[in-house]
Design a binder for this molecule. Structure first.
Ligand SMILES: Cc1ncc(COP(=O)(O)O)c(C=O)c1O
Length: 378
């Protein structure tokens, strides 16, 4: 590191690694010389954006010489109608990760303790560490879920915030209503709880999933996104719900024109298209059942998920890497979970029927060698 870097970069930033996203389709096509690429690496909506969202965004192109409405009146109005809230309880940002960054900037200081579990959303670890917070993690339960008992026991005087991804990425598991109530009974009022519900629209299909809109805790911020079930990862719009005092303080550190004009329009359009969301959930449920059945038939033990992705264990770190690389050679991009602290596991997002057939075919092609190399009996 240069003299400048040594004096400029805080200690806690020096050790941080840059976030690794799923491999882009174009990059794999170029590197592998393939034309058919299926990306099942970033939990996107395989059906694409809603036509309503596209129409709104297209109309908006004519206004691109103007700054967007910094209060995002229309989008907030739609969210208020849907969730029966006041605009003062809503914050919008550049993806839900953008809002997480504002939370870190507004409320966390170097040395603050932030409590969460191992094997959760890596983006959050990076953001907490980037402001010098001290990340305290407890292991997931044996069935790969946030361990509410261990979290409750780990709360101490220094705990400033608790991060819960519900459902969790990369495991797809969730804490139930009962578990959420249990945890909240141990959380002091002055500790902030970040409830990351990026996969809410999938999860809410399950009865014992705790919809945070049914609760009113002054110290909970719920984060949701248009990147997943709404099929709008590309425009980067996320939203958060919380007590007006928290929102007012977050607004002080927020960049004024996020989300941008196209983001605001696309998100508003997407909210109007319930049939598109219904089709998305329906496709996901079918693909989930088929993929779980396929993986079990191939003697894997997939983790039960309530989201649009499935994680499964391979015999070792090398086996996981081998599977990732060899599926890539057949044009299928999945995710290896090294960065998530689960090096022998891989994660596959659920695509369209055709995309999953591509995945199944590629698996059929590579598994005989995989089994031989990694000693899996047949
Ligand atoms: C649990 C979780 N939270 C947040 C995000 C970030 O979503 P966004 O695109 O809204 O920033 C993701 C994306 O993968 C995620 O899995």
């Amino acid at each position: 590191m240069s003299e400048l870097g040594r004096s400029l970069v805080p200690e806690y930033l020096k050790e941080l690694k840059v976030y690794q996203a799923g491999k882009p389709i174009e990059e794999v096509a170029r590197e592998k010389g393939l034309t058919q690429i299926t990306k099942l690496a970033s939990n996107e909506n395989p059906l694409g954006p809603s036509p309503y969202a596209i129409r709104e965004m297209t109309n908006g192109l004519w206004d691109l010489h103007r700054y967007p409405d910094m209060h995002a009146y229309q989008l907030k109005k739609s969210l208020c109608e849907l969730y029966k809230l006041k605009p003062e309880n809503i914050i919008l940002g550049n993806g839900s990760e953008g809002i997480m960054a504002y939370i870190a900037r507004a409320f966390l200081q170097p040395g603050d303790e932030v409590l969460t579990c191992d094997n959760t959303f890596v983006g959050f670890y990076i953001l907490a560490k980037s402001v010098g917070a001290n990340l305290i993690t407890v292991p997931l339960t044996e069935d790969y879920r946030f361990d509410v008992e261990a979290l409750a026991k780990s709360i101490n005087k220094k705990t400033k915030a608790i991060y819960i991804a519900n459902p969790n990425n990369p495991t797809g598991t969730y804490i139930t209503k009962k578990e959420f109530d249990y945890l909240m009974s141990y959380v002091p009022d002055h500790v902030l709880v970040l409830l990351d519900e990026a996969y809410f629209e999938y999860a809410i299909q399950h009865d014992d999933y705790p919809d945070s809109m049914d609760y009113r805790y002054d110290n909970v911020i719920t984060l949701r996104t248009f990147s997943k079930a709404y099929g709008l990862s590309g425009i980067r719009v996320g939203y958060g719900f919380a007590h007006e005092e928290l929102i007012a303080n977050l607004s002080k550190v927020k960049l004024p024109f996020e989300p941008n004009l196209i983001g605001q329009l696309g998100a508003k359009g997407a909210l109007y298209d319930q049939p598109h969301l219904d089709r998305t959930i329906e496709n996901n449920t079918k693909r989930y059942n088929e993929t779980i059945a396929f993986l079990k038939e191939k003697k894997f033990d997939p983790i039960k998920s309530i989201t649009n992705f499935i994680t499964f264990k391979t015999p070792s770190l090398e086996a996981g890497d081998w599977l990732f690389e060899n599926l890539l050679n057949h044009g299928v991009i999945i995710r290896s979970l090294m960065a998530h602290g689960m090096p022998s596991y891989v994660r596959v997002s659920l695509g369209t029927k055709e995309e999953m057939i591509h995945f199944f075919d590629a698996m059929e092609k590579v598994l005989p060698e995989f089994d031989k190399l990694f000693g899996r009996a047949n």
